[in-house]
Design a protein around this ligand. Structure first.
Ligand code: AMP
Ligand code: MN
Ligand code: MN
Ligand code: MN
Length: 300
């Protein structure tokens, strides 16, 4: 396929397009609403965009609405929490039917698991003599899909730790007193359901899990065998060496590549929307293989 295909909606040729297929809104643990994200994405000249909130589709409608008649194309997205062996992983689902019954059912189950987990995390923090964090986290989030980041923000605002990173280090990450082993759906189920809904599935930020080299390769083999589509080769801030490494793995396993900022808001200290590095030349971007988005009006 030629690299210069023209995109009618954004008036850009494809090789010049800025793409961001991973970010979060107030419907999960981000700081901006979907409509604020769309404004910011347009300011950043993003042509192709996906909101990928944790285990929820709640923000998608607002996202499509805000993008109507604007020079940006939105595809459906989600960041699903899954279990693989003893590891908590994230997969990014893209370009699926957001009304598919199996997907809605899985998200309903994930939501129940998330609420139960949050209540238990609150209990564990209580045992550390830190009271009422569950209700405070829920108030702060404004919904009940509470994640560890909300707890981290409460711990910072109440002065228990100086910053979010310390909250994870002292209390919330694996091995710390308020960490709980996951009860998320398993990796194969997550892939199966997202694919049933017509989507593509990517391992989010594959280097975040601190897997040994052989464990990472074993994950990639299992992911491929279960029908996974590809790797998020670019995710937020990465070193050139990390990018080369992931791009080579992506090529070796014949995966497609995806790219996103994992933006949570300007206070999160990570890079902003659309500011992640470009995909290396040896990667095949998944959006080059979505035949129907280049010349069609927004499907929302
Ligand atoms: P959860 O879905 O509740 O397990 O929370 C995962 C979210 O917590 C991630 O998407 C990040 O937003 C945040 N997070 C996880 N680990 C860290 C960390 N070490 N420092 C800062 N934020 C983190
Ligand atoms: Mn998050
Ligand atoms: Mn993630
Ligand atoms: Mn994310």
């Amino acid at each position: 396929m030629p690299k210069w295909l023209y995109c009618k909606q954004t008036h850009l040729v494809r090789s010049q397009m800025i793409v961001d297929l991973h970010c979060h809104s107030t419907f999960s643990d981000g700081q901006l609403t979907p409509s604020q994200l769309i404004d910011k994405a347009i300011d950043a000249h993003i042509a192709l965009f996906a909101l990928t909130d944790h285990d929820t589709l709640e923000g998608l409608q607002a996202c499509h609405l805000a993008a109507q008649n604007k020079p940006i194309h939105i595809i459906n997205g989600i960041e699903l929490s899954v279990r693989w062996k003893l590891h908590d992983l994230h997969v990014i689902g893209l370009n699926f039917n957001a009304e598919h019954p199996s997907l809605l059912n899985l998200i309903h189950l994930q939501n129940i698991r998330r609420i139960k987990r949050a209540e238990k995390i609150g209990g564990l923090l209580e045992q550390c003599q830190i009271p009422h964090t569950y209700t405070k986290a829920r108030d702060l989030a404004g919904h009940d899909r509470i994640g560890r980041r909300h707890f981290a923000e409460v711990l910072v605002s109440e002065g228990w730790v100086p910053d979010i990173a310390s909250a994870f280090k002292r209390f919330l990450k694996r091995g710390r007193p308020a960490y709980l082993p996951s009860e998320w759906c398993d990796l194969a189920t997550g892939i199966e359901v997202l694919k049933e809904a017509g989507g593509s599935v990517f391992i989010a930020h594959p280097l975040h899990y601190r897997l040994t080299r052989s464990k990472l390769r074993s994950l990639l083999r299992d992911f491929k065998a279960s029908g996974g589509t590809g790797l998020e080769v670019i995710s937020g801030n990465m070193t050139p060496q990390q990018i080369r490494d992931l791009a080579n793995l992506c090529q070796e396993f014949e995966f497609f590549a995806s790219s996103g900022s994992d933006y949570h808001g300007d206070r999160s200290g990570r890079i902003s929307l659309g500011k992640q590095a470009a995909l290396p030349e040896n990667c095949v971007p998944i959006w080059h293989h979505w035949p129907d988005w280049q010349n069609k009006p927004d499907k929302s």
